[in-house]
Structures are given as C-alpha cells and as structure tokens.
Design a binder for this molecule. Sequence first.
Ligand code: ADE
Length: 252
Amino acid sequence: MRVDIISLFPEMFDGPFGHSIIKRAKDAELLSIGITNPRDFAFDKHKIVDDYPFGGGAGMVMKPEPLFRAVAYVTEQKSFLRRRIVLLCPGGTALTQDKVKELAAYEQLILLCGHYEGVDERVRTHLVDEVVSIGDYVLTGGELPAMVLTDAVARMLPGVLGSSSSAPHDSFYEGLLEHPQYTRPREFEGLEVPEVLVSGDHAKIDRWRRKQSLKNTLERRPDLLAGRELSKEDAKLLTEIKAERQADVSGS
Ligand code: ADE
C-alpha cells in the first residue's frame, strides 16, 4: 500500500513512522509512505497557505490552491487503480475498525491534514472522497489523526503483523473488547493468574476468554452490544455475567 500524507509539518512523522512495526513494514516494502508539503505548492513568494475567512470571524482557513496542487502532484507521480483521498477533520465520520478495514483495501490513501480553523469548503466538496475524524475531541491539526489512521490501516495489511492470528483477537475486530491477557510470573505480589489459563483445557480457556470479552464490553462499552445479534453461546455467557453481577450487588 502507498500512503501519501499532505501536511504542513512533515517532520512530525519522522518519529512514529521510523520505528517498530511501521518501520519494518516499510523496510519489507509492504507499505510506502510519502509526505508532501502543501507550502511547496503555494503560488506566492511568501508561500502563504492560509487566509482570513470570508464573512469574517476568528482564525485562519487553509487556502484551496496549495492543497489541490499538492494532491495533483501526488496523483501524477503514479497511477493507482484504487485510491481514496481522505481529509482528517473533527467534523468527519468516525474512524472505527470497520472503516480501517475498508480503507486498508485501497492501493493508495492520500491523507490531507487540516490546520488552523479548517480548510476551504471546496477541498471537502471537490477534492476529497471522504472526511474522517478520530474522535469527538479537537486536536491542533490533522497530523496525529493521519498517523493514527496510517498505523491502524498498516496493521491490517497482510504480512505486517508478525503473527497472522494477532489481528482477529483485537478489541473491536469483531465488535467486542479484548479479553485480558497474562504472562509470567504466575503469581506477582500476591496477584494470581486465573486458574483456568494454566489448566491446559483449551475449550475451557476459549469459553473463559469469550466470556471475559463480553464482560469487558458490557462494563466499558455497552453501546457495542446494543442491537448486536448474539449467538446462542454468547447469549448464554451474557446471562451468566448478568447473574454474577446481580449476585455481587446482592452480596455486597
Ligand atoms: N483534526 C483536529 N482534530 C481532529 C480529529 N479529532 N480527528 C481528525 N482530524 C482532526
């Protein structure tokens, strides 16, 4: 996959993309990342990329021309069959694991990092395919969101994660939160690893893990369970969890 990021602050990406799994994915040529600065595409000698908003108001707005020209430059470098142009902005649709999977199916992603008070609306209406937000909070720019999106997409690409079984158990991969994990030592400062995990009974372990996933989801993200169609086994586990909760409440 090719990811092109259009950003006024290219140096910000050196750290996150220069280490660990993303670096390995780049070294293995599973992923290539390019950063293009829209300032290099500004018309005037002062390289101005923002301007006052028409109609007045506080803050500056990113001008359309440098962004359109930067994207044109990137798309002229190489043609990709399946390409998606995404603007990172708090007003976009939410980045979920399903959205990540969808974006991971493209050959090229072009990510536009917004700044200042926003970008000229013509970028949204006539340049990008979609607008994505990484959460209901406002950051100082689209750079961190572009890093988050790239990281989440990269780990979905075949071969990027060491073990091909790592991704399916992720929180959200199946719409549930992860079950807890333990490693050695078996006892740490009086805190023991659950007995079932050292029992060697894999059917029991799988059932325990599924139950913990459902329990974590019910406690921390009940919205993920609402409206979800449950398998017979999951419904049974949830009934057990709720009965145990009830017993806890009555007992305390
Ligand atoms: N730019 C600023 N805040 C953002 C957010 N939450 N998501 C995407 N882009 C942003």
